[in-house]
Design a protein around this ligand. Structure first.
Ligand SMILES: Cc1cc2nc3c(=O)[nH]c(=O)nc-3n(C[C@H](O)[C@H](O)[C@H](O)COP(=O)(O)OP(=O)(O)OC[C@H]3O[C@@H](n4cnc5c(N)ncnc54)[C@H](O)[C@@H]3O)c2cc1C
Length: 393
């Protein structure tokens, strides 16, 4: 493992750092997903997205011919580090930049690329992901939403669930069943659907932290032009897997050590046994344990990065990272609640809430990442079967 950056990478860092210094006042801060902010924040995130785009700093991993910078894996890491260093968020404006754009670059035809990629990059078109259904999550290929061909159209009927940001999205990339008689992976197609098409209903699902992060989306005789089919009919599973590969590359391990540092800060402020919690050796030991795990995850992340840089296929590290990082984030949040004692029950936004109530919000929100991009139980299966070579249960 080589911890040094090349002169080109250092120049890249300096350029982005200089741009951030000039433009930080337009950024969306990397803050806790408090319920009301999640809704009220959308316009600010769109503005930050557009600002980054104007500066040439959006979708940096996209190839240059599609408006990106063709940034290397390491430059992507530098980009994330610099945003984190100044406390700015990479705005979440749906799944266009991270998932659909890269998938279209790989699978889309020229017209689809021309129509969508520039608008995605510029923050003029936002996308949501229509994969999960009420009975198809981990076993995604069992999905039942039907699309039947009718001349130049597909007619779609069915329902998707847990669709993040559908209330803001202009478009949805949708997995549909086009051949119900074929084996389940072979009868699926991948469609691009305009959310304004008649027959689409978006119903909010409010999460346990009070935020409206995701939705149920219903399709009733929705007519989708055939030209919106990505790849071949009935071969959408391969396209879907490409999107999932981009999704799994997302960094679950980011920000953990910062959260441990925040725990230290909290322990220094809250009372325990007549003194500060930090004076209690058992508290310091717990925090030291969390810090040690955070460091182990950091180095596992570097090992994964080294594999990527050497052009090797993903190894055991990616499943381990997803599993361990999301579990650690949950443990950190739960220990924050423990330190707060009765104050942990004070609602976010209340004048009596410590740290604006972020620990309870964090604890509630930390369950999500243990479920999406392949649940942690599924990661256990992958590690057991594919990494350790254990027999299938
Ligand atoms: C915050 C959040 C945002 C999301 N956003 C989106 C989105 O935008 N678009 C979208 O399409 N989906 C989205 N999802 C849905 C997500 O992809 C699914 O929740 C996930 O795939 C799990 O599917 P499921 O909920 O149907 O659970 P199930 O697959 O029904 O699983 C239920 C339980 O059984 C366990 N289980 C299932 N199969 C196995 C097995 N073979 N071995 C061991 N245990 C097993 C699971 O681990 C889980 O604990 C989101 C989810 C969350 C939490």
């Amino acid at each position: 493992m080589d911890f040094n950056f090349s002169p080109e990478d250092e120049a890249f860092r300096a350029a982005f750092r200089a741009w951030l210094e000039q433009n930080l006042q337009y950024s969306t801060p990397a803050r806790e997903p408090l319920a009301d902010e999640l809704e009220g924040d959308w316009d600010a995130r769109v503005r930050w997205h557009r600002r980054l785009h104007q500066g040439g700093w959006m979708g940096i991993h996209w190839p240059r011919e599609y408006g990106g910078r063709g940034a290397t894996i390491l430059q992507n890491v530098i980009y994330q580090d610099e945003l984190e260093r100044v406390g700015a968020a990479l705005p979440f404006t749906g799944f266009g930049i991270s998932l659909l754009g890269p998938t279209l670059i790989h699978w889309g035809n020229d017209e689809q690329k021309r129509r969508h990629l520039p608008k995605i990059l510029a923050g003029e078109e936002f996308w949501c992901q229509g994969y999960s259904e009420p009975n198809s999550g981990s076993d995604l290929a069992s999905l039942q939403t039907r699309a039947v061909e009718d001349g130049d159209y597909f007619v779609v009927n069915g329902a998707k669930i847990w669709t993040s940001a559908a209330q803001h999205a202009d478009w949805i990339f949708l997995l549909v069943r086009t051949d119900p008689d074929a084996p389940k992976h072979k009868g699926i197609s991948y469609l691009l659907v305009d959310m304004k098409t008649p027959g689409i209903t978006v119903r909010p699902l409010v999460q346990m932290n009070g935020a409206r992060g995701f939705n149920q989306v219903f399709f009733e005789d929705v007519r989708v032009p055939r030209k919106n089919l990505v790849g071949e009919k009935n071969q959408g599973w391969q396209v879907a897997i490409t999107t999932l590969m981009f999704e799994r590359a997302s960094g679950h391990d980011r920000g953990l050590l910062k959260q441990v540092a925040e725990l230290v800060d909290l322990a220094r402020r809250v009372p325990r046994n007549g003194g500060r919690a930090w004076n209690d050796t058992s508290v310091r030991q717990r925090i030291a344990q969390l810090k040690a795990e955070g460091e182990a995850i950091r180095y596992t992340g570097y090992r994964q990065l080294t594999r990527q840089l050497k052009g090797l296929p993903p190894g055991a590290e990616s499943s381990m990272l997803k599993l361990c990082a999301t579990e650690l984030a949950l443990q950190i949040a739960v220990f924050g609640m423990e330190l707060l004692g009765p104050y942990s029950q004070v609602e976010a936004g209340s004048p009596f809430a410590l740290d604006t109530g972020k620990w309870s919000q964090r604890m509630l929100a930390a369950r999500g990442p243990t479920i999406y991009t392949g649940t942690n139980q599924i990661q256990h299966n992958i590690i057991g079967e594919r990494v350790l070579g254990l027999p299938k249960g």
